[in-house]
Design a protein around this ligand. Structure first.
Ligand SMILES: *[C@@H]1O[C@H](CO)[C@@H](O)[C@H](O)[C@H]1NC(C)=O
Ligand SMILES: *[C@@H]1O[C@H](CO)[C@@H](O)[C@H](O)[C@H]1NC(C)=O
Ligand SMILES: *[C@@H]1O[C@H](CO)[C@@H](O)[C@H](O)[C@H]1NC(C)=O
Length: 484
């Protein structure tokens, strides 16, 4: 019986041990999140902070990040160390590798999307307790610089539309004139794409006599940067001549002072003058309307034809950009190739109707753009001019001229960034405009009969010409001026 006390001792030691082990696993802990919302921008990564107090190891507990309002799991960790990412979060979430051992259960989310915006909950469940914290993630995205373009002639004014893509949440558009006064928009829409980002479009009408300078400012509802673009419309609006008004005001006074005959004579000539002015104005207006119709209905799809390209030139994958390189590229020789001149034609030829394409041009190097007769000679070093079937605008050593012999030198007010080439096959005329301001550059009145192809010449290595896709020419760029 001598070992009875011993047994009792062993039991008490065991109880002691059990109690101390019991004390090592505390009954309670708390999960703590940040006090304010966490912000993130679309495409970036974010850390959603969350930790356990006291800083216990959570390796043997279940850690769950979820979005309670959507009843959606984001990321779950189980005590067997397996993890799961929720739908929509595959490959984008992770817990900190060193974090779990110290109760740091912060979650990283990569490549933030607009849909990630909202409330999150981090939750820890142990055999003895559970606790959770809520936090708010605010996702934002600042869109592109607005593009301003003229969409038509409306109410004796010009309708200007402002477009910008890639905003979240939906932004606000404010139009102002040069004095900073707010202008009312005539239409506005705001649509989210599949990616959740908003594109915004807003239009104002700039009336004939109003301030021709308007600025479109787009601002997110968050405190991010705003985006703005300014346009000056002078010259585009047909203006009524002002001289006739003072004369009409003086007319009653004249009645007292001069004989009736003179009055009648004056009146007739004044009326005639007015009538002729009105006729002139009406015709200008008609021309303007026709011009707009033309300009907006005939944006052509133009891509470059590799089979015609000189081996010094390099074509982009989409076939819209051509660059002059330093090296002769080996390529299959075709009978359509320009074997000596650094030229390329487009795949599309035009024989009827009206067509235009916008070309983003180099501000350096020598180049020329225009049209060429499909049948033009391409072998050997020709002197390019209308005589050999090329009608083009040339930029050489900083000067603008026609590609002809002798050439016509052009004095442009400002160097175009984008040149609009407008081919009117009915009138056989080829016109060039500054696509940003729609200022006229030059017109070849009578160019080729028969099929013509957009023509490009790039003489200096490094020079690049890019044809804008028709939707882009159509939707904007013509009248874009960046605010400083
Ligand atoms: C958790 O880890 C992150 C990343 O290392 C750190 O920024 C954060 O301060 C940690 N939280 C706590 C409570 O230690
Ligand atoms: C968490 O604890 C509460 C009581 O405090 C309980 O009602 C709930 O079921 C627990 N949740 C889990 C997931 O264990
Ligand atoms: C928004 O604009 C972008 C770029 O201009 C375009 O790719 C996208 O399709 C547009 N989305 C919608 C919904 O219009």
């Amino acid at each position: 019986m001598g070992n009875a006390p011993c047994t009792f001792q062993a039991i008490s030691v065991a109880v002691c041990l059990l109690l101390s082990v019991g004390r090592a696993v505390p009954e309670s802990f708390q999960v703590l999140g940040p006090t304010g919302p966490i912000s993130a921008t679309v495409g970036a990564s974010v850390l959603l902070p969350c930790h356990l107090a006291p800083a216990l190891s959570t390796q043997t507990m279940q850690v769950k990040w979820r979005r309670p309002p959507l009843n959606q799991d984001v990321h779950v960790y189980w005590p067997d160390e397996s993890e799961m990412q929720g739908t929509g979060y595959r490959g984008r979430t992770g817990l900190l590798s060193q974090g779990l051992a110290h109760g740091n259960i912060s979650l990283t989310i990569q490549n933030i999307r607009p849909s990630d915006n909202g409330q999150y909950m981090c939750e820890v469940v142990s055999p003895t307790d559970n606790s959770s914290a809520l936090l708010e993630l605010t996702v934002t995205s600042t869109g592109s610089d607005p593009i301003l373009h003229i969409t038509g002639y409306k109410d004796r004014g010009v309708e200007v539309t402002c477009l910008s893509a890639g905003w979240y949440p939906s932004p606000q558009v404010v139009w102002r004139n040069s004095r900073g006064e707010i202008l009312r928009h005539t239409s506005e829409w705001n649509v989210p794409g599949n990616d959740g980002l908003f594109n915004v479009s807003s239009s104002v009408v700039v009336a004939e006599k109003s301030d021709p300078v308007v600025t479109c400012t787009i601002r997110g509802t968050f405190s991010g940067p705003e985006r703005r673009t300014t346009i000056r419309i002078t010259g585009l609006i047909p203006r009524r001549s002002p001289e006739i008004r003072p004369f009409l005001l003086l007319l009653p006074l004249c009645l007292f002072l001069v004989p009736l005959a003179v009055y009648l004579f004056r009146k007739r000539s004044a009326l005639e003058e007015e009538a002729s002015r009105e006729r002139e104005e009406a015709s200008r207006e008609r021309e303007w309307r026709e011009f707009l119709d033309k300009a907006y209905l005939s944006a052509a799809e133009v891509t470059l034809d590799k089979d015609t390209m000189n081996p010094f030139l390099m074509l982009s994958a989409d076939g819209r950009s051509v660059k002059c390189g330093f090296l002769w590229q080996e390529m299959a020789k075709t009978d359509q190739i320009f074997d000596s001149l650094p030229c390329v034609l487009a795949s599309q030829g035009f024989e009827s109707g009206q067509h235009y394409w916008d070309v983003e041009v180099s501000q350096s190097g020598d180049w020329a753009i225009g049209v060429a007769r499909g049948s033009m000679e391409r072998m050997g070093a020709l002197l390019l001019s209308p005589d050999v079937g090329v009608w083009a605008l040339q930029y050489q050593e900083g000067n603008w001229s026609t590609l002809a012999c002798p050439k016509t030198t052009l004095n442009l007010e400002s160097a175009p960034r984008v040149v609009r080439v407008h081919m009117d096959c009915e009138r056989r005329s080829l016109a060039f405009y500054n696509a940003d301001s729609m200022a006229h550059i030059f017109t070849f009145p009578g160019c080729s009969k028969g099929r013509v192809y957009p023509f490009f010449l790039l003489q200096t290595p490094g020079t690049e010409l890019t044809i804008q896709p028709p939707w882009r020419s159509h939707m904007g760029r013509q009248t874009r001026q960046r605010a400083q």
